[in-house]
Design a protein around this ligand. Structure first.
Ligand code: SF4
Ligand code: SF4
Length: 372
């Protein structure tokens, strides 16, 4: 791919040239890092889920019934977007919403949303394939992210949903077939690594590759006791007690599984993913702050199914869209948002979504990749 070719040229360039490119990138990001509305939106479209995973970090109220933000109000919100953005739709299980296609369409029709990723447990094969097919006919840049943590019955019991392993594998196979017709469609299969599955994950990876040809990526289980620093106590969202039952693997165990072998021709995506994991581990195991500055509250925002909005998944919501007639622009420019931004200037954490979002918008990433 062109981007990997350019990246390898950059890595091979003499140090003075790398430094000039770094300085140009620094200027570019200084000019472009202004956000009237968020550039990365994590949207929990529902709190309903057909699975019941113990490690689910979703707020304690995930099983409680709340009125879900309506399609009409989602359309209002999408109209108010000013900045180009990447949208991550998650939940609960997004494909429990019958209007999931219309939700995505509400964003794309405004022309500001440039990329869409949907995180799913992969259970509802037909709905997912139908969505992918319709999305590809519209040429939407789409990544479907499917969770896979164990083989067979163990995955079913981890997700506490019988049959989910077979359903997820079937969905993955069908997306792989669809990719032949629509090469722009992307699939990310992701295992959440815990002390319990880290030693078994190579088996899962091999099974997945043999059965479907897909690759397995990794996320480190989130543990509220590690990796979150300097968040004002009254702002911090509590994770469920059940989530705390799942234990972090040791650093060595994680390193053995996670880091990709470097080939002669390096892929930017692999290096970014490795760098993100290294930073995460330094925060979790050593409490070490990185030079990548979190952009939650500026670039990143989180929207919950009842319209609550927070700067990130770690901090509590500071406003509700209904109070701004579902105008996200007004909410993002409000005093409440400004106060939140001020109060989270000194915290740091290992949240991978916010970390990788920040990495994409800072020249510091280039400096770290090239050891400048
Ligand atoms: S599938 Fe996802 S949203 Fe549903 S319970 Fe599991 S972790 Fe939570
Ligand atoms: S570092 Fe960023 S994502 Fe983490 S708690 Fe602070 S503002 Fe939220």
């Amino acid at each position: 791919m062109l981007i990997d070719y350019l990246y390898n040229l950059f890595l091979a360039a003499p140090m003075p040239i790398k430094k000039v490119l770094y300085a140009i990138a620094n200027k570019y990001f200084a000019l472009t890092n202004t956000y009237e509305t968020p550039g990365f939106i994590i949207f929990f479209v529902t709190n309903r889920c057909n699975a019941d995973c113990e490690h689910c970090f979703y707020r304690a109220g995930r099983q409680q019934i709340c009125e879900l933000i309506s399609l009409g109000n989602i359309k209002k919100m999408a109209v108010s977007l000013v900045n180009k953005n990447k949208l991550l739709i998650t939940g609960g299980e997004p494909f429990t919403r019958p209007d999931i296609y219309e939700i995505a369409e509400a964003f794309f029709s405004q022309g500001k949303t440039k990329k869409l990723q949907i995180a799913t447990n992969g259970f509802f094969t037909d709905r997912i394939i139908d969505f992918c097919t319709r999305a590809q006919k519209k040429n939407w840049p789409l990544t479907i992210q499917i969770s896979l943590d164990y083989l067979g019955a163990e995955h079913d019991s981890f997700r506490r949903l019988p049959g989910i392993f077979d359903r997820a594998i079937n969905t993955i196979s069908k997306i792989q077939d669809l990719k032949k017709e629509y090469p722009k469609l992307r699939l990310a299969v992701l295992a959440t690594l815990t002390k319990d599955n880290v030693g078994k994950i190579e088996e899962v990876k091999k099974y997945l590759a043999d059965k479907t040809g897909a690759n397995l990526g990794f996320a480190i289980v989130r543990d509220p006791r590690f990796g979150i620093h300097n968040v004002p106590p009254d702002m911090r969202e509590e994770l469920t007690e059940l989530a705390q039952k799942h234990i972090l693997p040791e650093q060595k165990e994680l390193e053995k599984v996670i880091f990709s072998e470097h080939k002669k021709v390096r892929r930017l995506q692999d290096d970014l993913s490795d760098l993100c994991k290294k930073i995460e581990m330094n925060i979790v195991f050593k409490g070490e702050k990185s030079n990548i500055k979190c952009l939650a509250g500026k670039r990143d925002c989180v929207i919950y199914p009842n319209g609550d909005v927070s700067a990130c998944e770690i901090t509590k919501p500071f406003a509700n869209l209904a109070d701004f007639d579902f105008n996200l622009h007004e909410l993002w420019q409000s005093e409440k948002a400004e106060l939140t931004r001020k109060r989270i200037q000194c915290c740091y954490c290992n949240h991978p979504c916010h970390l990788s979002s920040a990495m994409q918008a800072q020249a510091e990433t280039l400096r770290l990749l090239a050891n400048l």
